[in-house]
Design a protein around this ligand. Structure first.
Ligand code: C5P
Length: 398
C-alpha cells in the first residue's frame, strides 16, 4: 500500500497505549506517508519526543506557546499542511475537551482550528470508556463527523478486562488509508472465512453439533475486512451477531457449508475456522424418533466432505493462501503439522482445546504452523489473535 504524497498530523495524548503510536508511525512511514507529531503534556509522560522524532524523521511539536515553533510553522499551518488529523491514543480527557470545544494546549487548539477530517482512536480503562460522559462525548463527536476506530476488548494494562484497549496499529493504518482514499493492505482482495459449528440433523428436532461459538472465525472475518478485504463469511449456526462490513452466508450443515464455499470462490485467501462435523447421519428420520422399545436407536453415520481439503486442492480456483485450524487435545505440533500435510493447506493455526473454556471462550492460545516450522503465540483475546493473523495474511497476499 502506498500513501505517498499524503501527510498525517498525529496527536499523541496521554495513556499507556501511547507506545503503540510508535508502531503506527513506523507503518505510516513504511507506506511513504508523511507524519507530523504533536505530543500532549500527558502523552510526553509515556513516549519521548526523541523516539517520535527518530521514527517520523520530523520535528515534534509539544508547546503551543513556543515562539520558535510559531515563527517556523504556526499551529494553523500545521493543520493546513496535513491531509488528515489522527488522535492516537485518544484519552477520555482529550475526547471531553474536543466535545466541549476547549483549546488549552497545542493539540486541542489544533483540533478546534482544523478544517481537515479527524480520526480518533480511543484507549482507556474500561469503566472510563463505558462512562456515560465518555459515550456522550463520542456521540457528540460522531455527529460532528469525527471518525472513530473503536477500542478492542481484552485484558488491559490496568489489570481489568473489557473494551478500552487501543485498536492494533495495522487496523488504525487501514482506517487512515481508507480516509485518505487509499484502500487497506487487502483492498481488492477477496477473503473467504468459515466459522462456527455445523449442525447435522438426526430427525426434525435433534442434531449432532459441537461447542464452537464462531467467535474466532467471526473475529477473523472482521479483522480482514478492517484491512480492506471484501469478505465472505460462511457461518454455521451461532448466537453472536454478524460482523459489520462482511457479507455473511448462514448455513446449517457441512454439505450446505461446502456448497456456499464453492459458490463464494474464487478467493485470494481462505481461512477455515469452522468446526465442521466430521460425520452426518446417513438417513435423516422423517419424523421425531420415538422412545419406543427398550434399546436406544442406533445412528449410522457417514463422512462429511472435508471442506478445507477441497479448497486446498491444486487448481486455478485454489486461493493463494489457505489457512486451516486444528483443535487438538494432545501432541499439538505433531498432530497439527500432520494435518497441514494431509489437508494440503498452507498454514495451520493449532490450538490446544484440552483446557476448559478455550472452545467457546473469549481467549485462545495458538501456534502458527507453516512450511518454516512453528510459531507459538502467547495466550490472547480472540480478537487479538484475529488481528495478528489478518496482519500476517496481508503481508502474504497483499
Ligand atoms: O480434521 P479436523 O476437523 O481436525 O480439521 C480441522 C480443520 O479442517 C479446520 O480448519 C476445519 O475448518 C477444517 N474442516 C473442514 N471440513 C471438515 C472438517 C474439518 O473444512 N469436514
Amino acid at each position: 500500500m502506498s500513501l505517498a504524497g499524503k501527510r498525517v498530523l498525529l496527536i499523541i495524548s496521554g495513556g499507556i497505549a501511547a507506545y503503540k503510536a510508535l508502531e503506527l508511525i513506523r507503518l505510516l512511514t513504511k507506506a511513504d506517508c508523511g507524519v507530523t507529531c504533536v505530543l500532549t503534556k500527558a502523552g510526553a509522560q509515556f513516549v519521548t519526543p526523541l523516539s517520535l522524532q527518530a521514527l517520523s524523521g520530523a520535528k515534534i511539536y509539544t508547546d503551543l506557546f513556543s515562539l520558535t515553533d510559531e515563527s517556523e510553522m504556526g499551529h494553523i499551518e500545521l493543520s493546513r499542511a496535513a491531509d488528515l488529523v489522527v488522535v492516537v491514543p485518544a484519552s477520555a480527557d482529550i475526547l471531553a475537551k474536543m466535545a466541549a470545544g476547549l483549546a488549552d494546549d497545542l493539540a486541542t487548539t489544533l483540533l478546534l482550528a482544523t478544517d481537515k477530517q479527524v480520526l480518533v482512536v480511543p484507549a482507556m480503562n474500561v469503566r472510563m470508556w463505558e462512562h456515560a460522559a465518555t459515550q456522550a462525548n463520542l456521540a457528540t463527536l460522531t455527529k460532528r463527523g469525527v471518525a472513530i476506530v473503536p477500542p478492542d476488548e481484552g485484558p488491559m494494562a490496568c489489570g481489568e478486562f473489557g473494551p478500552g484497549r487501543l485498536a492494533e496499529p495495522p487496523v488504525i493504518l487501514a482506517a487512515i488509508a481508507r480516509m485518505l482514499g487509499a484502500g487497506g493492505p487487502l483492498a481488492a482482495k477477496h477473503a473467504l472465512v468459515t466459522s462456527g459449528p455445523t449442525h447435522e440433523p438426526i430427525d426434525p428436532v435433534r442434531y449432532l453439533g459441537n461447542r464452537s461459538s464462531g467467535k474466532q472465525g467471526h473475529a477473523i472475518a472482521a479483522a480482514l475486512a478492517a484491512l480492506g478485504a471484501k469478505v465472505t463469511l460462511v457461518s454455521g449456526p451461532v448466537s453472536i451477531p454478524d460482523p459489520l462490513g462482511v457479507s455473511v452466508v448462514h448455513v446449517e450443515t457441512a454439505l450446505e457449508m461446502l456448497a456456499a464455499v464453492q459458490e463464494a470462490l474464487p478467493a485470494d485467501v481462505a481461512v477455515c475456522a469452522a468446526a465442521v462435523a466430521d460425520w452426518r447421519v446417513e438417513t435423516l428420520a422423517a419424523h421425531k424418533i420415538k422412545k419406543t422399545g427398550s434399546a436406544p436407536p442406533a445412528l449410522t453415520l457417514t463422512e462429511n466432505p472435508d471442506i478445507l481439503r477441497i479448497i486446498s486442492m491444486p487448481g486455478p480456483r485454489r486461493p493463494k493462501l489457505v489457512v486451516g485450524f486444528a483443535a487438538e487435545t494432545e501432541n499439538l505440533y505433531i498432530h497439527a503439522a500432520a494435518k497441514r500435510q494431509r489437508k494440503g493447506c498452507d498454514w495451520i493455526i493449532a490450538n490446544n482445546v484440552g483446557g476448559t473454556g478455550i472452545m467457546g471462550g473469549d481467549s485462545n492460545e495458538v501456534t502458527l504452523i507453516n512450511h518454516a516450522g512453528e510459531e507459538i503465540w502467547p495466550i490472547m483475546d480472540k480478537h487479538e489473535v484475529a488481528q495478528k493473523l489478518a496482519a500476517l495474511i496481508a503481508q502474504e497476499v497483499a
